[in-house]
Design a protein around this ligand. Structure first.
Ligand code: IMP
Length: 202
């Protein structure tokens, strides 16, 4: 059975593939569907955007599809960048520019007030029909400068208090055991397994 992951972000895709680990699935992505309709991520919540991606792409591809929307919410910035995480520094987004903008806005914020969390919403749909939505979170603190080179996005700024290191320093071994994506995918993995079994039995 095929599972399309509705993303073009190769680093995100790698993390999702690693977390789903379902051998019976052939996992593809939007790179395998270059003509797929463009998804406008204009929802007010991560869940809304994830559902939109899953439903629209599954209808187009005619198979099981996973829509994922994620981002960083910073307390001192009233939840920003939030659903605008990928385009925080403007349309011609880059991870580096986004991180610089966060650091600039947080310049005056003292160490005790730099709490943040990542959110990951995942939605599963088949042929245009929504099957399930799950969400995971991961709590941390925003660093005063970028540290480390692993991961992507805001990882060089996101310190995990228990380790005193950023996700970019800790690497995927740790990230994949505690991240927002791990917590969301752990729940969705069970839904996918049951769905595959049901399809096999019918
Ligand atoms: P999306 O592709 O619209 O879901 O955008 C997600 C954006 O949120 C990414 O471009 C990153 O800026 C940020 N983000 C989401 N998950 C992570 C993560 O695991 N590490 C770092 N940044 C993340």
């Amino acid at each position: 059975m095929e599972l399309v992951v509705a993303t073009k972000n190769s680093k995100k895709l790698r993390e999702i593939k690693d977390l789903i680990k379902e051998r019976s699935l052939k996992m593809t992505s939007l790179s395998d569907y270059p003509e797929a309709p463009r998804i406008i991520e204009n929802g007010d919540t991560f869940k809304e955007n994830a559902i939109k991606k899953a439903v629209k792409i599954s209808r187009y591809a005619g198979c099981l599809t996973l829509g994922e929307d994620s981002g960083l919410c910073i307390e001192a910035l009233k939840g920003e960048p939030g659903v605008r995480s990928s385009r925080f520094s403007g349309k011609n987004k880059s991870d580096l520019a986004n991180n610089h903008k966060v650091l600039r806005l947080m310049e005056e914020v003292p160490p005790g007030s730099r709490k943040a969390f990542y959110v990951c919403a995942v939605a599963l749909a088949d042929c245009g029909r929504l099957l399930s939505v799950k969400e995971g979170k991961c709590y941390g603190v925003i660093a005063s400068k970028q540290r480390g080179s692993s991961g992507f996005g805001y990882d060089p700024l996101f310190i995990i208090p228990g380790y005193g290191k950023t996700f970019a320093q800790l690497g995927e071994g740790v990230k994949h055991r505690i991240s927002h994506r791990y917590h969301a995918m752990k729940q969705m993995r069970e839904v996918i397994k049951k769905y595959i079994e049901k399809q096999r039995d019918s």
